[in-house]
Design a protein around this ligand. Structure first.
Ligand SMILES: *Cc1c(COP(=O)(O)O)cnc(C)c1O
Length: 227
């Protein structure tokens, strides 16, 4: 199979599985945004995805994403979902429409200062790890205090929460916890409707537990073993 056919086939499988998971969960598929995680993949693969109708791309390295952003059409929504370094934020804010991985007030302040014209959409990353915060994300016990401060900033808008399932416990429990955390969070920050969770290995489970933004890479583009 050529690359175009391979990606088209993979994407169709993922989209079908999303659709089945939505029916099983009794959810409307229109609530779901599929973010194709294109980090490390060649721009040609992104062009193929674009030709197949994909307009949401997820990246985690500023330099790589800036280059792709410049070369691809401007009706793409770019999502930054990597670990944030303060000195990269100025550049990230140039290309990323959504920043999924904010877990420090300091970073939210910088984003806000850079985005005074129109607020930048962010997700606050919450840690599901034990001990918390070992791989990024804020401790769930400190989430509300962080969000209170972030919500005072004029240049950011909290779209929702983001999380990555723990490595040692990829089962349902983490998603049950996450959904509970998100429901509680929405009762205090009603604008934070979205939940960015679910990757290639667990997106169906994420859909069952309220995810709205699925970040899927390898199921669509293959393993990142070309590194
Ligand atoms: C790489 C990455 C993904 C995609 O992972 P796959 O397993 O390839 O689907 C999703 N979210 C984050 C934060 C990532 O870094």
């Amino acid at each position: 199979m050529n690359r175009q056919a391979e990606i088209k086939n993979n994407l169709q499988i993922v989209q079908d599985r999303i659709s089945v998971a939505c029916s099983n969960a009794g959810r409307d598929i229109n609530e779901i945004t599929l973010v194709a995680v294109t980090k490390t993949f060649d721009i040609k693969d992104l062009e193929i995805l674009y030709s197949l109708g994909i307009r949401q791309f997820g990246e985690n390295r500023d330099q790589e994403a800036s280059k792709k952003f410049k070369e691809l059409p401007n009706d793409i929504n770019w999502h930054f979902q990597g670990q944030i370094q303060s000195n990269k934020l100025k550049s990230i804010c140039n290309w990323a429409r959504y920043i999924h991985s904010v877990d420090q007030l300091k970073h939210a302040q910088i984003i806000s200062d850079l985005s005074s014209d129109s607020p930048k959409s962010i997700f606050i990353q919450v840690s599901l790890d034990n001990p918390p915060e070992s791989r990024g994300g804020v401790d769930p016990d400190k989430l509300e205090a962080l969000a209170v401060e972030v919500s005072k900033l004029k240049g950011v808008s909290i779209e929702g929460l983001m999380a990555v399932a723990p490595i040692d416990n990829p089962g349902t429990q983490a998603f049950v916890n996450l959904q509970r955390i998100h429901n509680n969070f929405k009762s205090k920050f009603p604008q934070a409707r979205h939940l960015s969770a679910g990757m290639s290995g667990d997106y169906e489970m994420a859909i069952l537990h309220g995810a709205t933004h699925l970040r899927i890479g390898s199921s669509i583009l293959g393993n990142r073993d070309h590194l």
